[in-house]
Design a protein around this ligand. Sequence first.
Ligand code: FES
Length: 195
Amino acid sequence: MVDALGLGLGAGIVLLVVLLHFSRGTEWTPTEDISNELLERRASTVPETDFPEPMNRSIGGGGVAAGAVAAGSEGELEEGEDEAEEATDDPSAIPDDEAETYEIEFVKEGTTIEVKENTTVLEAGEEEGWDLPYACREGQCISCAGHITSGGHSEDYIKHHTNEMLGDAEMSDGYTLTCVAYPVSDFSIETGESP
Ligand code: FES
């Protein structure tokens, strides 16, 4: 009796599995994968940048690491070149025994001093003990500005190593940023004067 029941159950299960296997199932089909389309659409909304493809277009992981390495190595090269260029362009790198000396009249202080071409106007004044105005000392503000009163463009008399504030019009009027101004000629200057 038990054997017949077990046999019947077993046969029933086998029949059910066979039926399920051969049945047509539902008409359901998986939803179309639109993830790529979405990514493309989102990528098209990302503004163009100077970064090389595909880094500026990549969304998520993947190519970012490779792109970052490529961009990094390129950046280092450019940086190295820039540094080399900057070093040859930096008057403060001129050795003392090779530097020319010029006479600068500090009008407000009532004194004329000799300043080497590797020394800024600000440093030269500070070495005299004068309390001259400054803030960033990198050509990025206007706190140290002075007015060269010898006439003409300030860069006829000094070389700005970095100048991120004064435009050509202001320099044409004789203004200079003393913290980054290295003399290339004799001149007179009024310190604490901004355009
Ligand atoms: S101190 Fe800022 S530009 Fe000279």
